[in-house]
Design a protein around this ligand. Structure first.
Ligand code: GZL
Ligand code: ZN
Length: 350
């Protein structure tokens, strides 16, 4: 009997001990998780007294995942300055749509005069943009597109033609293979995609895919997301290089992923770029990547132009004067190869 009660006591105290530990640990985990997930997003607040003649703009940026994104943010901040007559409230959503929706709702409750935002993905904006419309706040979408039922939910969009960028990459590869006399050779292609569901990923994948579909000898071995970041691309590329030693072409949908992929190829002793075994096609044409184009380590770079702040300023100024604005503004973009990269590197700010 004694033994049973001994065991009973042991089990009883054991259970109590576990419960106490759990009661302490669970709340800590919950708070930590909530802080990480987004409770901790602080939306900048507009001070009570802004000089009344400043135009108050809430800007929800999707994240800070890439060099391109940094340049895009800078272009908006440099255009919407106090000297230019603006009070800019900025929020970085760290690539989480929930944070962008929270930020936009905060802008609405602060009664900003305009909302500018770069949507992390295309879907899921109808409700919050309807709230902005009901509050009478014009919304200007930049960089990526929103997929909404009612296009009157945004006043204007400024961005780039992602599908055309994808096609430019495909057309360059056609010409390149032709010059190399490899137009009927079996070409093994790997695609590193950006954030799935983002305009850049959708457009570049579709655009390149349409060209690839015209070539029976082009084989897309794998098309996988590395979320526009260098770290993720390095990790993904390591595994790709194990599985596809026969890879001939890398299509990397932004320069940050290209940098990560290049590190993985260097580690694996793979020769890439001009005269290498892997032809490298990148997007964005940011400064560091253009340096590699100039050196022949990236074969071609399809530009995506982040300088969009000036358009936002122009649109707001027109709206302030009651003048009509275009619905869509598509910014200029080039294709860079070794032949022309150096020329553009001098003046390049990003
Ligand atoms: C493109 C933009 C993409 C860039 C990436 O319009 O949305 O997001 O290509 C960035 O570098 O992360
Ligand atoms: Zn673009």
């Amino acid at each position: 009997m004694k033994r049973a009660s001994e065991i009973g006591k042991k089990i009883f105290f054991g259970h109590v001990g576990i419960c106490i530990i759990l009661l302490c640990v669970i709340p800590v985990l919950f708070i930590g998780y909530s802080l990480f997930r987004g409770f901790d997003i602080k939306i900048e607040q507009m001070p009570a007294e802004t000089e009344e003649d400043l135009i108050v703009v809430g800007f929800s940026q999707l994240g800070s995942e890439s060099g391109w994104r940094t340049a895009h943010t800078a272009s908006i901040q440099q255009a919407l300055t106090k000297d230019a007559g603006y009070f800019l409230i900025f929020n970085n959503a760290r690539q989480m749509q929930d944070n962008q929706i929270k930020a936009i709702r905060s802008f609405i409750s602060q009664r900003v005069e305009y909302i500018v935002f770069a949507p992390v993905i295309e879907d899921g904006w109808d409700t919050v943009l309807q709230e902005a419309k009901s509050a009478g706040i014009p919304v200007i979408v930049t960089d990526r597109m929103v997929n909404v039922q009612d296009e009157s939910l945004y006043t204007a969009w400024i961005g780039t033609d992602a599908k055309e960028e994808g096609k430019k990459a495909g057309r360059w590869l056609e010409d390149y293979l032709e010059q190399e006399g490899r137009q009927s050779e079996k070409i093994n292609i790997v695609v590193l995609k950006g954030t799935v569901g983002s305009t850049a990923e959708i457009g570049r994948t579709k655009g390149f895919g349409e060209i690839a579909a015209q070539h029976g000898n082009w084989h897309i071995l794998e098309s996988v997301s590395a979320e526009f970041t260098a770290n993720k691309a390095k990790e993904v590329m390591r595994s790709i290089l194990q599985r596809y030693p026969e890879m001939d072409v890398l299509i990397s949908q932004n320069d940050d992923m290209t940098m990560g992929a290049i590190e993985a190829m260097q580690e694996a002793g793979i020769r890439f770029g001009e005269g290498g075994d892997v032809t490298v096609i990148s997007f964005d044409a940011t400064r560091d990547a253009l340096e590699l184009v100039k050196e022949g380590r990236i074969n071609v770079n399809v530009e995506c132009n982040p300088v969009q702040g000036v358009y936002v300023d122009e649109i707001i100024q027109r709206l302030e004067k009651g003048e009509p604005v275009e619905k869509y503004y598509v910014v200029e973009e080039k294709v860079f190869t070794r032949e022309n990269a150096a020329v553009f590197l001098e003046g390049r700010k990003y």
